[in-house]
Design a protein around this ligand. Structure first.
Ligand SMILES: [Zn+2]
Length: 414
């Protein structure tokens, strides 16, 4: 029987327990068996990968992905507007490959710069025509009114009334979107005080939720102010990002719905705006006026409070800005440790097991029956999550049971 057997590895299985020595057998696209300690699995014709004592862990999940946002660690494209569509599709495919190169085997989209790019990309990746993560694909992120030439009261994708909102959502499901991203609030980065500006009425939010349930499509949103968070919760949104100004009532409501609702603060972007955006014209004063300094301070209070309530808070940092490129995604784990008080192991659980729960595939755990999305890592990320930021430390990357990046000693697997 064929397959791949990992031996001489220390396993982080996604559950948050410590590393344990063991063996993992992969057959087809899935993990067939996991054993601990000195127990040995039958080889039965499987290709044996000698791990050399490295860590074997689940592939990571990016919970707030924007693959269409142009900039990556390989090239800066200094704009956040749509490129010519032919260019934009190819740049997005490149960003998908770079995301996988850096150990992220699944992405939940937090919105696109094109209506059809992500479903098309997902289908190409799934068919094996190009490398990239598993993708929960979105349509265009609904633009904030008053930003990028969108006049107030105007939605760039359809007429702004409830019947057209419903029609739009049904149509996006037909086009193959898994999720749609709405801006329930504006943002300090768009306009002073924007975080408290609501973009959809209660009736509109309820109609969005009903239409999405009817169409079998998930909802994600940008929600800064407390009322935006509550409105999204009442409407049944799955991924409610930021939550920077959530109050006690919003936290109570979130906790009540924590079984099927997630958040990601997207702090990577704020961090980059404050510390690394000078070359792009954002100095300390601009970073403060865009709300990034205050945003980090507030997140440092709200995120630990959400975690204490058992709300799943996931890494996912709005990568793709010129100063916050794709490929840097794993740095969010370091932010979770340094800013929010997660232990390295807790940050890893959020990036693997809980990320798997968000995308709702059998991923994010090293567990029999789960899909074989695995990383073989030099060193111990439960001691220092920063090692995941360097792709050279990813000795092998397996997705869907196949090596995307083959382990170094297995020349027969290349
Ligand atoms: Zn975003």
């Amino acid at each position: 029987m064929t397959g791949t057997l990992f031996t001489d590895v220390r396993i982080f299985d996604g559950s948050g327990g410590g590393l344990f020595p063991g063996e993992v057998l992969v057959r087809g696209t899935r993990i067939a068996a996991v054993v601990r300690g000195d127990e040995r699995l039958p080889r039965d014709g499987a290709t044996v990968v000698e791990g050399g004592g490295r860590t074997l862990m689940p592939g990571m999940v990016e919970a707030h992905g924007h693959l269409t946002w142009p900039t990556s660690v390989e090239r800066v494209i200094n704009t956040m507007k749509p490129l010519p569509i032919e260019t934009h599709m190819l740049v997005t495919a490149q960003n998908a490959r770079i995301t996988l190169d850096h150990g992220f085997t699944s992405v939940y989209s937090a919105g696109s710069l094109g209506e059809r790019i992500e479903p098309a990309l997902r289908d190409m990746i799934d068919a094996g025509f190009m490398p990239g993560p598993r993708l929960r694909a979105s349509a265009m992120e609904k633009g904030a009114e008053g930003v990028l030439g969108v006049p107030a009261g105007h939605d760039p994708t359809h007429q702004r009334d409830i019947p057209h909102l419903r029609e739009y959502i049904a149509h996006k499901a037909v086009e193959g979107c898994d999720t749609i991203k709405f801006l329930m609030s504006s943002d300090e980065a768009f306009q002073p005080g924007g975080s408290q500006t609501l973009m959809y009425s209660e009736a509109e939010a309820q109609a969005i939720g009903e239409a999405a349930r009817a169409a079998g499509i998930w909802l994600a949103c940008h929600a800064q102010g407390a009322e935006a968070v509550k409105r999204a919760l009442r409407a049944g949104f799955r991924a409610i990002y930021h939550c920077t100004y959530a109050d006690e009532e919003a936290l109570d409501m979130f906790e009540a719905r924590k079984a099927d609702t997630f958040t990601a603060p997207a702090v990577g972007l704020l961090w980059a705006r404050v510390h690394e955006a000078q070359d792009f014209g954002i100095g300390p004063a601009e970073a403060a006026s865009l709300g990034a300094v205050r945003g980090i301070e507030l997140a440092q209070a709200i995120i630990p409070a959400m975690r204490r309530r058992g709300i799943r808070v996931l890494p996912g940092g709005d990568y793709g800005f010129p100063y916050n490129p794709h490929g840097r995604n794993a740095r969010d784990l370091e932010h979770f440790v340094n800013l929010f008080g997660f232990s390295p192991s807790e940050a890893l659980v959020a990036a693997t097991k809980q990320g798997g729960e968000l995308v709702d595939w059998d991923v994010g755990q090293v567990r029999a029956g789960y899909l074989a999305d695995l990383l073989l890592v030099n060193g111990d990320p439960t001691a220092d999550v920063r090692i995941l930021q360097h792709r050279d430390n990813l000795a092998a990357i397996m997705k869907n049971g196949c090596f995307y990046k083959a382990p170094p000693q297995s020349s027969d697997l290349r």
